[in-house]
Write a new protein. Structure first.
Lengths: 297, 815
């Protein structure tokens, strides 16, 4: 299940990339910026600010799942995510998240931008959601990419069966690997999952010589603590010199629109994004620990 | 040459700021309102009366001499370089002697007239009298008036109907006659000085007489050239005398020395070859100034390849210890002055160009005769100063080729960010040179191509007649309008052929054929009228100064450039709105002829009512959802390719002998607003009178939903480069896309990829705060706008208002 294939992506690996967003994630991070990629099912989102209130969606819905109410409201229990309403909407106020595609179809689409990969040293990035939920798909896609001399990258939260990671290792040029929290209890609290498997997979990849860039969504008051920074750095240093880079991804609330569209609760909504100075201070701490740390722009 | 670039110098350039003089100029300019002088017109009237009965060539030369000898001059305290067409910091002269009675409002007694779309000027009753007297003297026999008369003989009111329906432009009262060769022969001017030109003219006269030549027009031409060249030298000497006077009264020692320096320079150039950068720039300013005073509509001071012909002066000045700051200050002075040259245009010109300033052009980098890229430190300085000046003119074109080095690309993208986009634009050197060579121009000549106006390519060695004969743009969307209305135009006139009621078309092919029939009819008639205008030009106007300094061949031939010559004259044409037509055709094909979701009658009713009512809007939405160019959808892009090829074939089918065939160059500027005024609602979903698509290869606003790379793939698919010299593609980005060093590298790679696939032009518009605010208000027009926030990317219009505000805030501070 794929949400989106996005060309000219410039923050998701070397060069100009096409990012394939997979739908579905085992984690439930409270700060997630892409809530449409949490569930592995198709979903309908309603963007109220684009709605003109014309009522075409109501007429188009065969399941009577759309009803008036602050613009419109989708009765989620009735909605089968068929997408007819999104088709009917003139203004793009209804969006269907999720589309089934084969690896071959996906490859054909990403291949079209080969001239941009070639000129920039770019390629294809599997992101999400958690692409390793679809390890077979990703590996087939990446195998095709490699045959066509296209660079491959996975953005992963690391929570995947070892076999999936093992398979991916053989066809993936770069891993962008999230290290959200080192404390197992806190990790469970904020993401809903243990981190043992995540750290284990990271170690496995490092031991097998994978090119890893760790990434840390920097969540104020959650993982920007002295304790977490120190433990993250120690963990990275224990992996050896091949895995010593980390990129900080400052928290932002831009995903809020999509939470609203899906009528989901954005738990971290009330958090105040960090100031640039504070983010820089965290970076300096990492550097002091001997870790190569950058800030995502 | 690669490997010889002084990177330390580039670093020094990066830290250069505008000088004190530059800043004072900028403040003075901002404080100055729109000013129009009638001084020039006064002297043209005087001279014209005095020379009645003389030969036209000599009369025009004496007219310019009279203006240059008498017009009021001034030197401003902040001037590095001196010389302006009026005594004010910005101001322009009128051109009734060239354009006829073209200034709307000089006959009413309000004492003011519209100078631009948004500015009126007041004028004294004495000034009004001068303009009226000039209009009486020149109006009836001006070039445009006489040409319209000739056109009427041939086709009656059709010519004016076609102009009124915006089916072609410009109208003749725009008088860009002699727009040709706006790029003067800078290299030669700086090398030999005007004295060298005078000597050469005199030698030609002597030799021609000695050879028993009988064509007196040749003698007159060389004589007229001697008169105007000497007048330019004398004009410079007037400035020298003024500077000396001012110096005598100046208390400030530094300014006194500066004025004496100015006097010394003006005594020496443009008469003699320039010896350093200050003399070179001063010489150039006098030549351009005189060009503007010869025909004030000729106010576009094109630099051409300034980073090449000024490079030796730049390097020698640095070697001789001239501070980089002083060099930058002089150069910024002239860039700023040339970029803020105002003009009084006719009403149609105002509408079609939407600008207050003359468009001028600087070319940066590009291949040299040895097929090496010749970007240098001066190219870099030009980009740097243009970013500091923040002006809408000059247009800066970077001649991209496979050897364009990364350091100049990096500076170019940074300049885009600093100027909020569009500056510089990127033009494909290799495609342009190949296009000229395909039309029989030798490589050595083609490689010197420069941009004219915005992106139109011309050769400094040839006279370019693009637009001069009332033929620059053909409005294909207007032709589609004719096709859908049995030849009746937007104003209800039968401008086209009767190709039948579209409701009776049985197939898509029948519709398409009708379109081609309308097109051929209009195109060939317009060219025919253009040919007539071409023959009128030299009967009613001559431009001796522009001829002698603009076209080196004029000297050899002894001929004014308004008299076209088969070997040296070039004729351009821009067939516009191809994407609008193709997308409309695709919608008609799919909705009316394939799926039959609509009958042609329903479609026509919706179009003619401008999609009124609920049903109208429903049909419009249906139209908007048909496959659109810009999404890499073969069925849409194929039709674009077809319309492009068919359009080119129609233009190429016109025999323009004994001259070259028309060359196709699909540029655009702000024409899409103007062109849209001649077109009713279209089946692509565009409403009546709304702007057409911008550029010539840009997708319809808001319909490209597959990201920027899909637009480029569509553009490559359309193959405009096979038939057209340039094809203008504008892309919108928010500043978040090029905020970091890394993302600048990626935009370079993106540009390279497109150009490597024969893209001929690309320009990035960096959305400014105001545009983002507009996007918030009008999401339908900005559906394609992607923004990035901390690695998160989204369509701007899908964000909530609060987040949109955050993005707007960030853009303000380039975060």
């Amino acid at each position: 299940m794929i949400t989106n294939i996005q060309g000219y992506s410039i923050h998701d690996g070397p060069g100009i990339r096409t990012v394939v967003f997979f739908k579905g994630c085992p984690l439930r991070c409270q700060w997630c910026a892409n809530p449409e990629n949490l569930s592995a099912d198709k979903q309908i989102g309603y963007l109220k600010n684009l709605c003109h209130g014309c009522g075409r969606c109501m007429k188009a819905c065969r399941y009577a799942a759309i009803m008036p109410g602050d613009g419109y409201r989708i009765a989620r229990d009735k909605c089968v995510s068929c997408g007819e309403c999104a088709e009917a909407c003139y203004y793009g106020a209804l969006v269907r998240y999720g589309e089934e595609k084969t690896a071959e179809e996906t490859f054909e689409q990403v291949l079209k931008d080969k001239m941009f990969y070639d000129s920039s040293g770019g390629g294809v990035t599997a992101s999400g959601g958690e692409p390793l939920l679809y390890a077979d798909f990703v590996c087939e896609l990446f195998r095709l990419c490699r045959n066509a001399a296209i660079d491959t990258c996975i953005e992963t939260c690391g929570w995947a069966p070892r076999e999936a990671v093992e398979k991916a290792l053989h066809v993936t040029d770069h891993f962008y690997y999230d290290l959200k929290l080192m404390d197992p209890v806190l990790h469970r609290k904020y993401t809903g999952c243990d981190n043992e498997r995540i750290l284990g997979n990271a170690r496995y990849l490092a031991e097998h010589g994978a090119d890893i860039l760790f990434r840390q969504p920097l969540i104020p008051g959650v993982n920007d603590t002295d304790d977490n920074i120190r433990r993250t750095a120690e963990f990275m240093l224990s992996l050896g010199p091949g895995a010593s880079r980390i990129q900080l991804m400052p928290f932002h609330r831009a995903g809020k629109t999509k939470y609203d569209a899906l009528e989901m609760t954005f738990i971290a909504e009330g958090l105040k994004p960090d100031t640039a100075e504070r983010i820089e201070a965290v970076r300096e701490r990492y550097i002091a620990y001997g870790v190569d740390c950058s800030i995502s722009k | 040459m690669p490997g010889t670039i002084d990177f330390q110098l580039l670093e020094k350039i990066d830290s250069i700021e505008l000088s004190r003089r530059n800043k004072r100029w900028r403040e003075a300019m901002k404080a100055s309102g729109w000013k129009v002088s009638t001084d020039r017109e006064r002297w043209t009237v005087k001279s014209w009366k005095e020379t009645e009965g003389e030969d036209l060539q000599l009369r025009r030369a004496k007219l310019l001499k009279c203006v240059l000898d008498n017009i009021e001059i001034n030197i401003h305290p902040f001037d590095e370089i001196v010389g302006r067409p009026t005594p004010w910091v910005i101001g322009c002269q009128t051109a009734i002697d060239c354009c006829g009675d073209y200034i709307p409002g000089i006959w009413d007694d309000s004492g003011s007239f519209a100078a631009t779309l948004d500015a009126t000027v007041s004028i004294s009753s004495e000034g009004l009298n001068v303009l009226r007297e000039s209009a009486k003297l020149f109006g009836e026999q001006s070039l445009p008036a006489m040409t319209y008369k000739a056109w009427e003989e041939l086709v009656g009111g059709w010519a004016k109907d076609v102009e009124a329906a915006k089916l072609k432009d410009p109208s003749l009262d725009s008088v860009i006659t002699g727009q040709s060769t706006s790029v003067l022969s800078w290299k030669k001017i700086l090398r030999v000085g005007l004295r060298g030109y005078i000597d050469e003219c005199k030698r030609h006269i002597d030799e021609y007489i000695a050879a028993k030549g009988t064509d007196i027009d040749k003698i007159y031409f060389w004589q007229s050239a001697v008169i105007v060249l000497q007048a330019v030298i004398d004009h410079a000497h007037r400035y020298a005398a003024l500077a000396e006077d001012m110096a005598a009264k100046e208390a400030d020692a530094e300014q006194k020395a500066h004025l004496l320096k100015i006097a010394e320079v003006c005594r020496y150039v443009p008469e003699n070859p320039a010896r350093n950068l200050r003399e070179a720039l001063q010489s150039m300013q006098f030549c351009n100034l005189a060009k503007m005073l010869e025909n004030p509509i000729q106010n576009n001071c094109h630099w051409g390849r300034a980073d090449q012909y000024l490079y030796d002066y730049f390097v020698n000045d640095l070697k001789n210890g001239v501070p980089l700051e002083e060099i930058a200050s002089m150069l910024a002075d002239l860039i700023g002055r040339w970029g803020t040259q105002t003009f009084i245009a006719s009403s149609t010109q105002k509408e079609s160009h939407q600008i207050n300033f003359g468009i001028n052009n600087v070319m940066i980098g590009g291949l040299d005769k040895n097929r090496e890229d010749c970007s240098n430190e001066l190219s870099y300085l030009f980009l740097h100063l243009i970013a500091l000046l923040q002006l809408s003119s000059p247009t800066v074109g970077l001649r991209w080729n496979r050897k364009t080095p990364d350091w100049i690309m990096r500076k170019a993208i940074r300049t885009n960010l600093a100027t909020r986009g569009g500056i510089p634009l990127f033009e494909n050197d290799e495609v342009l040179i190949a296009s000229f060579m395909r039309d029989g121009i030798p490589f050595e000549e083609a490689v010197e191509w420069v941009g004219l106006g915005c992106v139109y390519p011309c050769l400094p060695t040839r006279a370019e007649h693009y637009g001069a004969e009332g033929v620059a743009a053909i409005n294909l969307a207007g032709i589609l309008h004719l096709t859908l209305h049995n030849g009746i135009d937007i104003n209800g006139k039968q401008s086209g052929l009767k190709t039948g009621d579209p409701r009776n078309f049985k197939s898509f092919d029948e519709l398409y054929e009708a379109f081609l029939t309308q097109y051929k009819y209009l195109c060939h008639r317009v060219f025919w009228l253009g040919g007539v205008a071409r023959d009128m030009g030299h009967k009613y106007l001559r431009l001796p100064l522009l001829s002698i300094l603009g076209i080196e061949a004029s000297m050899e031939l002894g001929q004014d450039l308004l008299k076209p010559h088969p070997d040296y004259s070039m004729f351009g044409i821009s067939d516009r709105a191809i994407i609008d037509v193709a997308d409309s055709m695709t919608a008609l094909k799919k909705l009316v002829f394939e799926s039959k979701a609509l009958s042609m009658a329903e479609m026509m009713e919706a179009l003619d009512s401008n999609f009124a009512g609920e049903r109208g809007e429903e049909i419009r939405q249906l139209c908007l959802r048909q496959p659109k160019y810009g999404n890499d959808l073969p069925e849409a892009d194929e039709l674009v390719k077809k319309v492009s090829a068919d359009s080119a074939a129609i233009i190429n089918s016109y025999d323009n002998s004994p001259f070259r065939k028309f060359i196709i160059s699909r540029e655009g500027l702000a024409w899409h607003y103007y062109g849209g005024l001649g077109v009713g609602a279209l089946p692509n979903g565009r409403k009546a009178l709304e702007p057409l698509n911008d550029g010539s290869l840009s997708p319809m606003r808001g319909v490209d939903k597959n990201g920027p790379t899909a637009v480029l793939r569509s553009a490559c698919h359309a193959c405009f480069d096979a038939v057209s010299y340039v094809a203008v593609l504008n892309q919108k980005f928010s500043s978040s896309i090029i905020a970091s060093e890394e993302s600048i590298e990626k935009l370079i790679a993106y540009t390279n990829a497109y150009m490597n696939s024969n893209g001929s032009h690309i320009q990035y518009n960096i959305l400014d705060t105001e545009q983002l605010k507009d996007a918030k208000k009008h999401p339908d027009s900005y559906k394609d706008l992607i923004v990035r926030i901390g690695g998160f990317s989204a369509y701007f219009v899908q964000l909530s208002p609060e987040i949109q505000d955050d993005v707007i805030y960030r853009s303000e501070f380039n975060l």
